[in-house]
Write a new protein. Structure first.
Length: 376
């Protein structure tokens, strides 16, 4: 790979690019110029037409980030049809993250959140690599967050040809899962309106995942296992010292070894709470699944759906009466909707076409363990 241009040469290249692009929203540059150099944010309101123009990766195929593009992982990741996800943060030089105990971290204007969706060739053999499907960017502009989606050309061996896709699309994917079973379906890339349904309409669009409780886990950075909060503090910085690790509220892995109720809370928080919370799009339903609302010391059973009649489900109740019937998973609307793949019934309604089998089993165990109270 060519080294990044520096000093006078970089200024000469930048000036040449400006002159060549006068009056245009983007410019035609050589592949070498696009692939080399530091991260290159697009002008506000004029996203680059190809992912490579952002220079977020030095190796897109293997998702090797550019300088100062920091990878991170979630404790409880959102389910998206079993896709693998690669997440990154880039913050403009000289800026830091704003610490928040609750809600997303505060990102300075100019920040870029990156998430790539991919499928393994064969989940039993990681060395065979992945097929990249899409990379989503959330870019913090001066007027708020903007979402941009780049879709990789099907079957193209050059992953740098990912292009901007505003209207959504369906991408055929096939792979071998961890049990050796072949999987094949149409992966749905959301359109910009669908992005807003989860992240909020502009200018109130917000990141969902990068919260302190979700990032407070150990990860591998260049062969060294470190706490991600500590790593972000050193690699980017916070506007105030984070609380000591023992004092932080940490999410749990839904499929880890915590008690079943806590694991169910974790799954519901990341997969449902962007709508089902006091601040979400369906707050009027008073069916709240965000981490804070489901805490045992504050949660009311009815707010979790216990013996609660759905108020506006559009008839998608699976011929069941209550959201949750304690001790009776098969009488609970919640479980039916999580297990369903019918577009008018399934929950969550966006971001999946396949049933999350492991999550359904978790919620079934959770409801079955509830002490029966009799809803009638």
């Amino acid at each position: 790979m060519r080294p990044a241009p520096t000093g006078r040469r970089w200024r000469r290249l930048a000036l040449g690019a400006l002159l060549a692009c006068a009056g245009l929203g983007a410019c035609a540059e050589s592949a070498d110029d696009l692939a080399s150099g530091p991260v290159r944010p697009a002008p506000e309101g004029a996203p680059w037409q190809t992912l490579v123009e952002w220079r977020l990766f030095v190796d897109t195929a293997d998702q090797v980030p550019n300088d100062r593009v920091v990878p991170y992982e979630m404790i409880s990741p959102l389910f998206t049809d079993y896709a693998a996800k690669h997440r990154f943060i880039w913050v403009p030089e000289g800026e830091v993250l704003g610490w928040r105990d609750v809600g997303p971290l505060a990102f300075p204007v100019g920040s870029i959140l990156v998430k790539t969706f991919a499928y393994p060739v064969d989940a039993r053999a990681p060395a065979l690599g992945e097929r990249l499907v899409e990379t989503r960017l959330l870019v913090h502009e001066s007027g708020g967050w903007k979402a941009h989606t780049y879709v990789y050309a099907a079957g193209d061996p050059d992953p740098t040809k990912a292009t901007l896709k505003r209207g959504g699309t369906v991408v055929p994917v096939s792979w071998i899962d961890a049990d050796g079973a072949p999987r094949s379906f149409g992966y749905v890339v959301p359109n910009e309106n669908e992005c807003a349904e989860c992240h909020g309409e502009a200018p109130s669009t917000q990141p969902l995942g990068p919260r302190a409780r979700q990032l407070d886990r150990d990860s591998d950075y260049d062969g060294v296992i470190v706490n991600q909060i500590d790593y972000l503090a050193s690699a980017i910085g916070f506007d105030q010292p984070p609380p000591a690790e023992a004092d932080r509220d940490r999410m749990v892995d839904p499929f880890g070894d915590a008690d079943v109720a806590t694991r169910a809370r974790a799954w519901l928080d990341v997969n449902c709470a962007h709508c089902h919370s006091a601040a979400g799009d369906v707050s009027q339903k008073a069916l709240w699944f965000d981490w804070e609302s489901t805490a045992p010391e504050v949660a009311r059973p009815v707010d979790l759906g216990v013996c609660k009649v759905p108020t506006s489900s559009g008839g998608a109740n699976c011929e069941r009466t209550y959201d949750i019937v304690p001790g009776e998973p098969d009488a609970s609307v919640l479980l039916c909707r999580v297990e369903s793949t019918v577009a008018t019934v399934q929950m969550p309604p966006l971001g999946r076409t396949q049933a999350h089998v492991e999550a359904a089993a978790l919620l079934r165990e959770w409801i079955a363990a509830m002490e029966p109270v009799g809803c009638d």
